[in-house]
Design a protein around this ligand. Structure first.
Ligand SMILES: C[C@@](CO)(OP(=O)(O)O)[C@H](O)COP(=O)(O)OP(=O)(O)OC[C@H]1O[C@@H](n2ccc(N)nc2=O)[C@H](O)[C@@H]1O
Ligand SMILES: Nc1ncnc2c1ncn2[C@@H]1O[C@H](COP(=O)(O)OP(=O)(O)O)[C@@H](O)[C@H]1O
Length: 299
């Protein structure tokens, strides 16, 4: 079989409401995910049976683990084990653009892409539901990166319902110099706040359906934002700068520290990028649009 190439998006949480914890310490969530065009690419090629290799280029190359602790290797091994395929191996190349530990679900995206790539490479007959189950075992965000588009996530964020969204939304993303650990941000949330009700603002759902970017911008909400800012105080300044430059809305993406700014057009997202790039608290700026599809085979 020739190599399989898969593209996978990152995500932004347009709403992230955080409730109490379940028996395993996971928080109940009410979230609205949007898949965005800043994505990774995974190339999966044959390797001898039992060999699982991984190489990165781009974001994180050189410091991300490439052993069994990497979610991409975990995904390949889980798929092989669950389908009883002791005859397979894989050589993975990940071209990484999603910031590492940035609140955009980069590791989860790679895991979703590997599930899709290895299913094709190994000729496994798995339907979307079986892949969704494996994805949820790998992490709360992984199922959404398989699905893409725009969806409400409940439970741990892994129970998904696709929702209507019209038009294209333009984003400017401000990346931080250092990442934030998701468990650390949830712990800080627990320290600072009472669990919230996990209801998603109706105004956000209506604005998405209407494709009204200004109304979407006004209804963005993230219950983890205060905790992320507490751990990385410069984020408050980054958010202020984007709003002062005319962003329709500004939010920390998921557990952070990437800040997402909603623009009115592609040209507007360029202007926001220029305004944010000069701030020393910002390592780099990226532009993206959404919604886009989930993990997809390209060749
Ligand atoms: C916060 C969110 C918002 O979409 O994403 P990020 O912004 O980190 O990408 C997600 O809930 C993150 O999902 P994901 O990164 O897949 O989390 P997992 O690997 O399953 O869990 C990592 C850790 O985060 C905490 N966790 C995660 C999900 C959840 N609903 N409650 C939690 O308390 C737990 O401490 C868990 O051990
Ligand atoms: N394929 C991967 N890409 C990125 N990070 C990974 C990957 N596999 C494991 N990780 C680990 O997961 C942690 C969280 O990374 P990531 O998924 O990028 O962030 P977030 O959960 O904030 O969206 C990183 O610190 C990294 O060590």
């Amino acid at each position: 079989m020739t190599a399989v190439r898969v593209r996978v998006p990152a995500k932004v949480n347009l709403a992230l409401r955080v409730g109490g914890t379940d028996e395993q310490g996971y928080h109940r969530l009410g979230t609205v995910f949007q898949a965005v065009s800043l994505g990774d690419e995974v190339v999966a090629d044959d390797a001898p049976a039992g060999e699982f290799r991984l190489v990165f280029n781009g974001e994180g190359a050189g410091f991300l683990p490439v052993d069994d602790t990497n979610l991409a290797i975990k995904a390949a091994k889980l798929l092989a084990t669950r389908f009883g395929r002791t005859d397979v191996g894989v050589s993975l190349l990940i071209r990484k653009r999603i910031p590492v530990a940035g609140g955009m679900a980069g590791g989860s995206a790679d895991a979703a892409a590997v599930l899709v790539a290895c299913t094709a490479l190994w000729g496994i007959d798995a339907d979307r539901e079986e892949l969704h189950r494996l994805a949820a075992e790998l992490g709360a965000d992984v199922p959404f990166l398989l699905m893409g588009g725009t969806a409400i996530g409940t439970g741990r964020g892994d129970v998904l319902t696709p929702i209507m969204s019209s038009g294209t939304f333009h984003w400017t993303l401000a990346l931080s110099h250092t990442g934030l650990s998701t468990p650390a941000v949830f712990r800080e949330f627990d320290r600072l706040s009472e669990p919230q009700d996990t209801e998603i603002p109706v105004a956000l759902l209506e604005a998405l359906r209407a494709g009204d970017a200004a109304a979407v911008g006004a209804s963005l909400v993230n219950d983890l934002e205060r905790a992320a800012i507490s751990l990385q105080p410069t984020l408050a300044r980054t958010l202020e700068l984007g709003l002062a430059a005319g962003a329709l809305g500004a939010i920390v993406s998921g557990s952070g520290p990437t800040c997402a700014f909603l623009a009115g057009s592609d040209a507007h997202s360029h202007e926001l990028a220029e305004a944010l790039a000069v701030f020393s608290g910002v390592r780099a700026v990226r532009r993206a649009f959404g919604p886009v599809p989930g993990a997809q085979v390209l060749s």
